[in-house]
Design a protein around this ligand. Structure first.
Ligand code: HEC
Ligand code: HEC
Length: 462
């Protein structure tokens, strides 16, 4: 339909314009009453009308999503008081996934076809809270100090116990002697200068300022097509609204590069710690540099990959030679958190590790073959792999999302992994125990309960 239109319009216009003195816009409007004289826009509805439409469906969609989460996970999350993230928050303990009439041992013995047949795979793709709508969505712990990030139409869905520290630690590759420089503070435009002046050079400080500066985005902008009430000066998002303190709060949105909507992946904000040693950026986009990602995040991902909307809502083009470069220079000094049990090869120091952790490492490098994709020292091969999890489930619509193939996904580094629940590109594994169960199935490893617990003990050391 739209294809035909594209081809037909120019010819019609030429003829019509030649024959009469009418403006091209007037002719467009006459030819197709659905198209306003400015083409198909959302300006036919006011902000109040758009908001009313969204509010009318909010509760129903939220209930359906909450029911799905409850059917998949045990959301009464336990934590381990002895295991702490670098910022001090207790590490959540799983597995949280619910099983339908089988034990983990029985499930581990079944083939992918048997699991698909019975419809009992516990880690299907995780839909966005309102998948048909999408957009940037921030957890409560971030909205509380930054109320400009409230969306009126969708609330964040996962419990705070399976999210990272609210104000994560910051480690600089350039000043390891300082340890955590954030010290529990949420870095914003109002305190960054005091915290970083004297330990960064002027170029890095300017890069940090830009990472903390709000720019318009698809849901947070001044037009009628926004999802925030705040039509005042407080509109827009900053890079660190999601990559909080250079790490992550696991804010979520839909990936920009897939269509149609139901096939788009929910994505879980990755940490920026350790981008200096990585070579591919984005779960699937595989951009080659941090500078590219910085430039294109704002040009495209901020607007769902819709270049027309980007212009209308006020895209800020980051100047490559200075701004993108300065921002990248700051991101490239964000270090992984200290891992006191690892030696200079990134392997366990036998004198410091427990027997369980050492057994876990041996499994990781040996029978479980984790190291073939996650080699030390950073526990990534800087590549992408297709884990073909779709072997375990049927392609069907769930909660407005197609349970489709994931495709090749970036091997996220496992250094510092205990600091960044929930896991996988969409956050479907809420705890490290869940990731071990996931790989036990995906790789068909037949691990014993003891082996699984050893592997988790090792992951917590990284
Ligand atoms: C909604 C929260 C959000 C905001 C705001 C945001 N990001 Fe991201 N960022 C993400 C997500 C989600 C991904 C993963 C993208 C994907 O999978 O394709 C990502 C990926 C990245 C990556 C690649 C990381 C990796 O490990 O592959 C970089 C670098 C990055 N963002 C930088 C930025 C910069 C710079 C800004 C500001 C211009 C920014 N981000 C704003 C959520 C956000
Ligand atoms: C064939 C390659 C491959 C193997 C083998 C593999 N992984 Fe992974 N791993 C990946 C990829 C790719 C991802 C990202 C998947 C996604 O996000 O959907 C990943 C993600 C993870 C994550 C989540 C990281 C994060 O930040 O979200 C953990 C934890 C993990 N792997 C642990 C393991 C363990 C433990 C093993 C062995 C039992 C293992 N992996 C085996 C490729 C592999």
């Amino acid at each position: 339909m739209s294809m035909t239109r594209c081809i037909r319009w120019p010819r019609l216009l030429t003829i019509a314009l030649a024959a009469s003195g009418l403006s091209s816009l007037a002719i467009l409007a006459q030819q197709n009453p659905v198209v306003s004289s400015y083409g198909p826009t959302n300006q036919t509805q006011t902000f109040e009308q758009i908001k009313a439409g969204r509010m009318a469906v909010k509760a129903g969609i939220a209930k359906a999503h909450a029911d799905l989460l409850k059917s998949r996970y045990n959301l009464d999350i336990k934590t381990d008081p002895l295991a702490k993230m670098s910022g001090g928050k207790a590490v959540p303990v799983g597995p949280t996934a619910k099983l339908a009439g089988v034990t983990w041992e029985q499930l581990g013995k079944m083939t992918p076809a048997q699991i698909r047949e019975k419809g009992i795979f516990p880690y299907q793709p995780l839909p966005f809270p309102d998948h048909a709508e999408g957009g940037m969505l921030f957890p409560e712990m971030t909205i509380k100090p930054l109320p400009r990030l409230v969306r009126f139409d969708v609330d964040f869905d996962l419990p705070e116990a399976v999210l990272p520290d609210a104000a994560p630690a910051i480690y600089l590759t350039t000043r390891p002697d300082l340890g955590d420089v954030a010290k529990g503070r949420l870095v914003t435009l109002s305190n960054y200068y005091e915290i970083f002046n004297g330990i960064l050079n002027p170029k890095q400080i300017e890069g940090l300022r830009l990472l903390l500066t709000q720019f318009p985005q698809q849901q947070f902008n001044a037009t009628e097509d926004r999802r925030t009430d705040r039509a005042d000066g407080m509109i827009g998002v900053t890079c660190f609204d999601c990559h909080v303190n250079g790490h992550t709060n696991r804010a979520t949105h839909l990936v920009g590069d897939i269509r149609p909507q139901e096939f788009r992946h929910r994505i879980n904000t990755p940490s920026l710690r350790g981008v200096n040693v990585q070579r591919l950026f984005g779960s699937q986009r595989a951009l080659k540099t941090v500078e590219d990602f910085t430039e294109f995040e704002q040009r495209a991902a901020y607007f769902d990959g819709d270049i027309c909307m980007a212009t209308k809502k006020g895209v800020n083009i980051v100047e490559r030679g200075s701004q993108a470069h300065f921002m990248a220079e700051f991101m490239e000094i964000l270090d992984f958190p200290p891992a006191p049990k690892l030696d200079i090869y990134g392997e366990l120091d036998a004198a410091m590790a427990t027997p369980a952790e050492l057994k876990g490492e041996a499994l990781f490098n040996g029978r479980a073959r984790c190291a073939s994709c996650h080699p030390a020292p950073y526990y990534t091969d800087n590549s992408m792999h297709n884990l073909r999890a779709e072997r375990f489930y049927r392609q069907e619509l769930v909660d407005a999302m197609m349970m489709a193939h994931d495709g090749p996904i970036k091997t996220f580094p496992l250094r510092g992994v205990k600091d960044s629940p929930p896991y996988l590109h969409d956050g479907r594994c809420l705890t490290l125990e869940d990731t071990v169960e996931y790989f036990n199935l995906v790789q068909q490893l037949h691990l014993t309960p003891q082996e699984k617990s050893d592997l988790t003990a090792f992951l917590r050391c990284l």
